[in-house]
Design a protein around this ligand. Structure first.
Ligand code: ZN
Length: 111
């Protein structure tokens, strides 16, 4: 089994990074520093930007959920086991993707 202390540290670091990113994205959405009067074309562009930002925010939120789940599984001692087949996930995979919950075989099957 991989050293979960190192994984834990990198997950906590990742989580902090994601929280900052998410905060940045959501404050962008609010347009706090944007003037209220914009003409119609500008509004359309703005709305498109919002959709991109929404997608980014959503992806970040999902990543954050995965990181939290991985941290919880470290605490419960289930970390590194595939959620599909229950086999141990290879260390190389966990190093590349510390919050993966499936082994490579199951992950590629469900994609
Ligand atoms: Zn599996």
């Amino acid at each position: 089994m991989a050293n979960t202390d190192t994984v834990r540290d990198s997950l906590i670091e990742k989580r902090a990074e994601l929280v900052v990113r998410l905060h940045k994205i959501t404050s962008d959405v609010r347009h706090a520093d944007q003037p209220m009067e914009a003409d119609f074309a500008e509004l359309a562009v703005q709305r498109e930007n919002d959709q991109v930002i929404d997608a980014l925010g959503e992806a970040t939120r999902q990543e954050l959920t995965q990181v939290n789940r991985a941290l919880a599984s470290i605490d419960s001692g289930e970390y590194g086991c595939c959620s599909e087949c229950g086999k141990e996930i290879r260390v190389e995979r966990l190093e590349a993707l510390p919050y993966s919950t499936k082994c490579l075989e199951c992950a590629s099957r469900s994609e």
